[in-house]
Design a protein around this ligand. Structure first.
Ligand SMILES: Cc1cc2nc3c(=O)[nH]c(=O)nc-3n(C[C@H](O)[C@H](O)[C@H](O)COP(=O)(O)OP(=O)(O)OC[C@H]3O[C@@H](n4cnc5c(N)ncnc54)[C@H](O)[C@@H]3O)c2cc1C
Ligand code: SF4
Length: 600
């Protein structure tokens, strides 16, 4: 129980995978005595931006945060921007992550992939391994509804050409392509345990937690927010259950700035160890006011950059958490992320149809594990409105189309003079203009793997997060990815393989969307920041009731897409705090149809 002077049993900071799990599980125990503070907005169905103007304003750039961002975001923002995309520029690596209720789930590619057992054998504390985490992976997979895309044998509309192309490449390479488990809603009887019958495309129903979703429409827009709520984002499962069923409180557009331990009198006391709770100071961005609340315990889940920045500021600038480990900020990993493009091949790729990622091809991550080189090779899609844009901006494509149009016009004129017929001319001209478009035969390659995980997060001169990424130590995995990309180019008979533009000399920047580390799990404070001891899971060394649960606690790259492991470790930590064994019901009785299906 709270000791009377405290407002909450727990305050959760951030609503990504770590934060949502903890909010829901703690609300199962303490109801409205749990508060979640999230800096971004809510995104109800249909609210994700689509017009150029809306997307241009959908970045994060609030005043007072002196952060290096791309020029156009800073220049175009005469007011503070509170959109989803948070872009950071560092010396050797840039990063993209998300602000909004649901954190990275709002723009993620939905992949749920457990790393292999071998991963945990080096750099991870002995208590945290695949066997220990397995039940938590299982619960996370069930709540997030992870399944591969439905078969298209019976239903041609579900066919994804890109998947077949990547499968053919894997075969050509002598590698294994596996359909990825993705957290996308294809109806209750398909997405959740027990059923194998997808709901018709575009039809809506309430999911097992009571949130309205639409059976995936294959629009390819997952990375800019799913306007039909077909992605199983966290606001539709963990957060929904925590808020609507268990009464937990959520405040959005509240940016946490400071955590201060309290003494026995309930006063700020930097020498206290958290036994008497904490005061959380935050800015309500709508009111423009600094507010605070007091809580018995705090779960920091602000994502790798957010959590490290908050804690480094508390330790080194405000000096309110001086006992935090000296390891804070160490062992950062970009999870070997590498994005590249193969434009204008000779084989259809159709990258504008279907969920963003559908398969992964294994290169020594799962089979013949190689610690410095293992990676996965994934297909990616992008929204069709971008395909129209690409068609318009590439001069080679324009020239080709102009010539085609002139040829078609000449054919039409000859036909008209001969027969006097106009019939079909408009349709024919359109067909000639659009056929064989550039995007249809272009591929986006998304790879990630085992980088060296030896980056360091610090504060810059403005006391904001900074990254030192010693890229060279991770070159074996990047080189293996570059080689595979070049072979893909040969396979589809394209002329170009283009690693992301920032990789070109002299810049040579990586871009990560999978930032990990800095507050790693360890056996003692000399090795990491939070405890791997089963009795103190995720608790910061030096403090009571100060927990961290997000990507920052993973001690190394996981090679696979990381949310499976972030969610599983968050479930493990939440169980340690509440003593409640997690299951996929989230404390809500399953709706009748699902129960019947499981019984029959
Ligand atoms: C385009 C894209 C595609 C991706 N696809 C996949 C995929 O398919 N599979 C996969 O496994 N991973 C994917 N990822 C990565 C995945 O999204 C992240 O690894 C994951 O979201 C990290 O979870 P987290 O709990 O650590 O933090 P986050 O999800 O980053 O959540 C942190 C939250 O804290 C909030 N916050 C930060 N600071 C504060 C503060 N001071 N006060 C209040 N709130 C704060 C943020 O706004 C955010 O909502 C993708 C990422 C991107 C960008
Ligand atoms: S493909 Fe479209 S409808 Fe399906 S999950 Fe992605 S964004 Fe949503």
């Amino acid at each position: 129980m709270t000791n009377g002077t405290l407002d909450y049993e727990a305050v959760v900071i951030g609503s990504g995978f770590g934060g949502s799990v903890n909010f829901c599980r703690l609300a199962q125990k303490w109801g409205d005595k749990v508060l979640l503070l999230e800096r971004g907005k809510r995104y109800p169905m249909g609210s994700f931006p689509r017009t150029p103007q809306q997307i241009a304003n959908n970045f994060w750039n609030v005043e007072g945060e002196d952060i290096d961002r791309p020029q156009h975001i800073r220049k175009n923002s005469n007011q503070s921007l509170r959109g989803m995309f948070d872009v950071r520029l560092f010396k050797k690596m840039d990063a993209l992550f998300c602000a909004g209720l649901g954190g990275g789930s709002l723009i993620y590619a939905n992949v749920f992939l457990e790393p292999p057992e071998e991963l945990f054998q080096q750099g991870w504390p002995a208590t945290v391994n695949k066997a220990m985490l397995q039940p938590y992976y299982h619960v996370a997979r069930a709540v997030l509804g992870a399944r591969p895309v439905p078969s298209w044998e019976q239903e041609p509309r579900r066919k994804i050409i890109r998947t077949e192309l990547f499968q053919a490449f894997a075969k050509h390479e002598g590698r294994t392509s596996t359909l990825a488990d993705i957290n996308v809603f294809f109806g209750n009887q398909y997405s959740y345990e027990g059923g194998n019958t997808p709901l018709d495309i575009g039809v809506q129903e309430k999911n097992r937690y009571g949130a309205q979703q639409t059976s995936c429409t294959y629009c390819g827009e997952c990375d800019v927010g799913c306007n039909t709520h077909s992605k199983n984002t966290l606001d539709l499962n963990y957060l929904h259950a925590g808020e609507k069923h268990h009464g937990g409180k959520i405040r959005t557009e509240c940016l946490v700035d400071k955590i201060v331990p309290l003494n026995v009198a309930g006063e700020d006391d930097a020498s206290a160890n958290g036994s008497h709770g904490y005061r959380i100071e935050f800015k309500d961005l709508n009111l423009g006011q600094v507010q605070s609340c007091k809580t018995q315990r705090v779960i920091i889940s602000a994502g790798t950059f957010g959590t490290n920045e908050l804690l480094l500021r508390c330790r080194d600038v405000f000096k309110t958490l001086p006992k935090l480990s000296a390891q804070l900020g160490r062992w950062f990993s970009g999870n070997g992320d590498f994005l590249s493009f193969v434009p204008d091949g000779q084989k259809p790729a159709d990258p504008n149809y279907g969920p963003v990622i559908t398969q992964y091809t294994d290169y020594n991550l799962f089979k013949d594990f190689k610690r410095n080189q293992g990676f996965v090779f994934e297909d990616a899609s992008y929204p069709s409105f971008l395909a129209w844009y690409i068609e318009g901006v590439f001069p080679a494509g324009l020239l080709r189309k102009t010539l085609r149009l002139l040829k078609a016009g000449w054919q039409w004129l000859k036909n008209f003079c001969k027969t006097g017929s106009w019939a079909g001319s408009l349709g024919f001209l359109f067909h000639e203009l659009l056929k064989g478009d550039l995007s249809y035969k272009s591929s986006v390659l998304l790879c990630m793997g085992l980088d060296h995980g030896d980056g360091t997060l610090t504060l810059n001169k403005q006391n904001r997060i900074d990254l030192d990424w010693p890229q060279d130590t991770s070159m074996p995995v990047y080189q293996a990815i570059l080689d595979a990309g070049n072979r893909y180019k040969e396979f589809v008979k394209a002329k170009l393989f283009i690693p992301l533009p920032t990789w070109n000399m002299p810049v040579r920047h990586n871009v990560t969307v999978h930032a990990l580390g800095g507050c790693i799990l360890a056996d003692n404070p000399e090795q990491g920041v939070v405890s791997a001891d089963p009795q103190h899971r995720g608790e910061a060394f030096g403090y009571h009731g100060l927990y961290i649960a997000d990507g920052s606690i993973l001690p190394s790259a996981v090679g696979a897409n990381p949310i499976a492991t972030i969610t599983a470790t968050a479930e493990w930590i939440a169980e340690g705090i509440t003593g409640i064994k997690p299951d996929a019901s989230l404390g809500i009785p399953a709706p009748q149809p699902i129960v019947q299906e499981l019984q029959s």
